[in-house]
Design a protein around this ligand. Structure first.
Ligand SMILES: *Cc1c(COP(=O)(O)O)cnc(C)c1O
Length: 362
């Protein structure tokens, strides 16, 4: 058995996933209902009530879901403003990253990423035996377009760009995307936080052979637990995806949730607006704490370099108070915390905990 495992996988590092609430509760000693979860960029207002209602009454759970995702793609076509022939859904946009890599990356092929960024690009490229070429972002976390272009060679298959970028929260300007598209390689723009930034290159997809845009329902639409995302692809790429994807990759509940979410867009936009307003309040309060230095963000989270103390120690102290934020011990993110924007009461609890910590250490 063990001998059958591909040798390269023994050095595969994998992904550090979020612990579930129950585990957070156990490790911190704080009851589940008191946990303040600001570590996963999830929507604290939950999904649309129309989704809850529709899933409670759905009568087709015993049937396989639609492998062509027909109704969901129709609804997405209206929402995105491109034809259904450009749209494919995945079990989270994570699955689409996986499928794109399987389509494009042979062992030894190169894929460019600009770290610090979303770790799943590297994850799936590695899994395919591809080589991840990191072209680091500058100190302001902007993509170094010149350096990216210089890194492209005959083995380069594509580049992944998160916009807004996770965890830095900044977007890539459209001119930069256009400039990279001219270089001829496949450009994948991951717009998982599009609804918070309002900036998109999706309308360009039908005019380019080498542009893919990924979106997700996990963050803005409150559907992280159902796993559903989609991509906007050149038509021939979408056709290839339909050929190679697991036929029933997006379950019936997720497909229905997409349709019901889009039918309740005003409700969801109101929760997005509440999160955007709260992001500004949170940022102001964090600045005033003098412990963290919040960066500006176009998404529903804020990257915060620590200016007083050490990130791991602050993380632990917040945990003991039931407040969970994200820490990355990786290049470019030294001594930084990423804080998801929650409800106003979550901000208040976080700030109180930070201030207590400041008093103790001050
Ligand atoms: C959260 C996130 C995703 C994953 O989205 P799913 O649809 O939940 O798989 C993709 N890209 C980025 C940049 C993210 O932050």
């Amino acid at each position: 058995m063990v001998k059958s495992i591909r040798p390269r996988l023994h050095s595969f590092i994998g992904y550090q996933p979020l612990a579930p609430q129950e585990a957070l509760s156990q490790s911190s000693g704080v009851p589940v209902e008191k946990i303040i979860k600001l570590d996963g960029n999830e929507n604290p207002y939950g999904c649309s009530p129309r989704v809850q209602e529709a899933l409670a009454h759905y009568s087709g759970y015993h049937l396989y879901p639609d492998p062509t995702q027909y109704v969901a793609r129709q609804a997405l076509s209206d929402y995105v403003g491109v034809g259904t022939e450009h749209l494919v859904l995945g079990s989270g946009s994570d699955e689409l990253i996986d499928l794109i890599c399987r389509i494009c990356v042979d062992p030894g092929d190169k894929v460019i990423v600009c770290e610090p960024t979303f770790p799943m690009y590297r994850f799936f490229v590695d899994l395919c035996g591809g080589l991840t070429v990191n072209v680091p972002r500058n100190p302001q976390y902007d993509v170094d377009v010149k350096a990216v272009k210089a890194a492209i060679d005959g083995d380069t298959k594509m580049i992944f760009l998160a916009s807004p970028n996770n965890p830095s929260g900044n977007s890539i300007p459209k001119e930069d995307v256009l400039s990279l598209l001219e270089a001829g390689i496949l450009v994948v723009v991951d717009e998982a936080y599009y609804e918070f930034s309002g900036a998109t290159v999706a309308p360009l997809v039908p005019s380019y052979e080498n542009l893919i845009v990924l979106r997700s329902f996990s963050k803005w639409a409150g559907l992280a637990g159902l796993r559903v995302g989609y991509g906007i692809f050149p038509q021939s790429f979408a056709e290839m995806l339909f050929k190679i994807k697991p036929p029933y990759n997006v379950n019936a509940a997720a497909q229905l949730a997409v349709v019901e979410s889009l039918a309740d867009i005003d409700y969801l936009k109101a929760t997005v607006d509440a999160i955007l307003a709260e992001r500004e309040r949170l940022s102001t309060l964090l600045k005033a704490s003098k412990i963290l230095k919040p960066l500006s963000s176009e998404a529903n989270f804020i990257l915060c370099p620590v200016i007083k103390g050490e990130a791991p120690s602050i993380l632990q102290k917040l945990r003991r108070e039931g407040v969970f934020v994200r820490y990355y011990n990786s290049p470019g993110l030294e001594n930084c915390l990423r804080i998801s924007v929650g409800k106003p009461e979550h901000t208040d609890a976080l700030i109180e905990a930070l201030n207590r910590l400041g008093e103790k250490d001050g």
